[in-house]
Design a binder for this molecule. Structure first.
Ligand SMILES: [Mg+2]
Length: 176
C-alpha cells in the first residue's frame, strides 16, 4: 500500500531536473503540478530560474504540461504569464489528469514523468497512472487549508516510506 506513494526520484527543485538527464531516462515530456511546484502563490510570474528551466526544456524539445486540480479559470490565470498548456480539474490522486495529458502528447507511460510537491496527490496519482515521478520540495511553506491537512498526514506517509525504503533520499539531480 505504502508503495503507491513512493516517488521514483526526490529532487530538491524542478530547476535541477535537466533535459539531458530526462532523455537518458527515456523521458520525452514532463507533466507538472502547478502550486508550490512551479510557482508560489506570492509569485505567479515564476522565478527567473523557472523561466530558464522552461526555456531549456523547450530547446531540448521536451514539452511541459501543467496537471492541476484547480479549475480551468484559476489555472489559465496562473499560467497566463508562463504560456503553458494545462489539464485542469485533474482529479489527483486519480490518474485522470496525467493520462489525459500523456494521451494528448501521444506518449507511452514510460515516456512521461510527473513532477509535484505532494505525496498524497501528485505521487499517488503518478503511481496510479503507471508513470514515473519526481517529488520536489514545496517552493514555500505556507499552504491553503486543504493542503495543510494533506501535509499533516504526509509526514506519517513519508516516515513509513523511509522505513520501508531506507535508500530513499533527496538527490541533487536524477543521477545523484
Ligand atoms: Mg502542489
Amino acid at each position: 500500500m505504502i508503495a503507491k506513494f513512493k516517488p521514483t526520484w526526490m529532487v530538491d527543485t524542478v530547476y535541477n531536473i535537466s533535459p539531458t538527464q530526462l532523455k537518458e531516462h527515456g523521458i520525452k515530456a514532463v507533466l507538472s503540478d502547478l502550486d508550490n511546484t512551479l510557482i508560489a502563490w506570492n509569485n505567479p510570474n515564476g522565478t527567473p530560474e523557472l523561466r530558464k528551466w522552461m526555456a531549456d526544456l523547450h530547446q531540448a524539445g521536451i514539452p511541459l504540461i501543467v496537471v492541476s486540480n484547480n479549475s480551468a479559470k484559476r489555472v489559465s490565470k496562473a499560467v497566463r504569464n508562463l504560456n503553458l498548456p494545462f489539464v485542469s480539474r485533474s482529479l489527483k490522486p486519480l490518474s485522470f489528469g496525467i493520462t489525459t495529458a500523456r494521451k494528448r502528447l501521444g506518449l507511452k507511460k514510460s515516456e512521461v514523468v510527473m513532477v509535484g510537491d505532494q505525496l498524497m496527490t501528485d505521487m499517488l496519482a503518478a503511481n496510479t497512472a503507471g508513470v514515473r515521478s519526481i517529488l520536489v520540495k514545496p517552493l514555500i511553506n505556507t499552504d491553503k487549508w486543504d493542503t495543510q491537512i494533506n501535509r499533516f498526514f504526509e509526514k506519517f506517509v513519508m516516515k513509513d516510506l523511509q522505513k520501508k525504503y531506507p535508500n530513499m533520499k533527496w538527490q541533487e539531480d536524477l543521477n545523484d
